[in-house]
Write a protein that binds this ligand. Structure first.
Ligand SMILES: [Zn+2]
Ligand SMILES: [Zn+2]
Ligand SMILES: [Zn+2]
Length: 133
């Protein structure tokens, strides 16, 4: 919430509600799941609020290998994600190697790189231990 207000956005009720929901689950939510959790909030408001929270850097958008993107709370610094393909658990990581690699790519790519996004799809340790789960 503080981040939101620092960015000059008011902490309106729907914004607060969506942040509270995202705080509940490590796996993140799709826009539809957020809508289901907040039946009193209109769909258009939910989409508008998600967009605003993304822009403010309060939440992250996760592109999954299949299915709709999910949204999760963000730590403020630049980071990347791991997503377990079995249980959906989302982790965040930072790696200097990745950042170096991306900078190194700039000569091989036309135009200026202004940002990047990276999701690693994994089978998490917990799931590796329980292959049938
Ligand atoms: Zn994130
Ligand atoms: Zn897992
Ligand atoms: Zn990066």
């Amino acid at each position: 919430m503080a981040v939101l207000e620092d960015e000059g956005y008011r902490a309106t009720a729907p914004r607060r509600a969506i942040i509270n929901i995202l705080a509940e689950k490590q796996e993140g939510f799709t826009a539809e799941e957020i809508g289901n959790e907040l039946p009193a909030v209109g769909r258009a408001t939910i989409f508008r609020t998600i967009k605003l929270l993304l822009k403010a850097g309060v939440i992250c958008r996760l592109n999954l290998m299949d299915g709709a993107p999910k949204y999760s709370l963000s730590s403020v610094e630049h980071h990347h994600h791991t997503v377990c393909v079995r249980c959906g658990n989302v982790g965040e990581f930072r790696a200097a190697t990745v950042e170096r690699l991306m900078r190194g790519l700039s000569d091989d790519i036309p135009g200026n790189i202004v940002g990047h996004r990276l999701e690693l799809y994994i089978v998490c340790d917990r799931c590796t231990g329980n292959p049938d789960d």
